[in-house]
Design a protein around this ligand. Structure first.
Ligand code: SF4
Length: 250
């Protein structure tokens, strides 16, 4: 019998152990497909952070390095500069890249490091128990904001892709979501382009992906997707925020 659907070669055989309904698994699959379709599995080195996204190093079939909290892009910079022929990417949660890692995010974009960074934004610190993150929405209840995030005390959520899109060294910046089949398709297109930008040596490529955390949001997987659509998507700017000259032709 002809096999019409299977696990992409870019993933290992290990079953995902994320919480039920967590969209990390969908994003992993998309990246695994892209690595396979671009035929770069053997040439790719991933860098994992601390947090739930840190589990990613078990699931991709390419080489992987674990970095200290927030430092994945600094480690990726070193690897890429030492091994410029390799495809180097970071896979980071919002609690990692928009909190302790903010300075690295700004500076890799300013320098135009030829790496690809993927941010999975679920608006909380997931692994440590759902604390408020810089990406938490105004009014959002978390374990450290039980009355909702107070904008007058903690400000508005940081929309990192918007900031990165203003940096000269950023060649491609996209903000996507994996809440529906249509958006999953668009997310894959953005991820593929972000890897192609690196293959072409055009500069820094950044893809932010809105994701769910049903466990810490205290919702069912289905309600989580609805919450993401109704609450996160109107706040975070979506789409391709920067497509530099040269990227359009990819
Ligand atoms: S804690 Fe949240 S982000 Fe982490 S695996 Fe569970 S649902 Fe996913």
């Amino acid at each position: 019998m002809q096999k019409v659907f299977g696990r992409p070669q870019g993933l290992t055989d290990l079953p995902f152990h994320y919480c039920p309904g967590c969209t990390h698994g969908i994003i992993h699959r998309l990246i695994g497909e892209v690595l396979e379709e671009l035929d770069i599995i053997g040439d790719t080195i991933g860098v994992a952070p601390v947090g739930c996204a840190g589990f990613s190093l078990d699931f991709f079939a390419c080489d992987f390095v674990g970095a200290a909290h927030g430092r994945a892009q600094a480690v990726a910079t070193g690897i890429k500069r030492a091994l410029p022929d390799k495809i180097v990417f970071t896979y980071q949660g919002d609690g990692d890249i928009v909190a302790i890692g903010t300075s690295h995010a700004i500076h890799v974009a300013a320098r135009g490091e030829k790496i690809t960074s993927i941010m999975v934004n679920n608006a909380v610190f997931g692994m440590t128990g759902g604390q408020m993150a810089p990406t938490t929405l105004a009014g959002q209840v978390t374990t450290t904001s039980p009355y909702g995030r107070d904008k007058s005390l903690f400000g508005a959520p940081i929309d990192l892709p918007k900031i990165i899109a203003t940096m000269d060294g950023a060649a491609y910046v996209a903000a996507v979501s994996v809440d529906s089949p249509k958006n999953i398709h668009l997310a894959k297109q953005a991820l593929k382009k972000a890897f192609k930008v690196q293959q072409a040596g055009l500069g820094f490529a950044f893809v932010s992906i809105l994701s769910t955390c049903p466990t810490n949001w205290g919702m069912s997987p289905v309600d989580s997707l609805k919450w993401l659509q109704e609450n996160m998507m109107p706040i975070y700017q979506m789409g391709e925020l920067k497509v530099a000259e040269g990227v359009k032709a990819l």
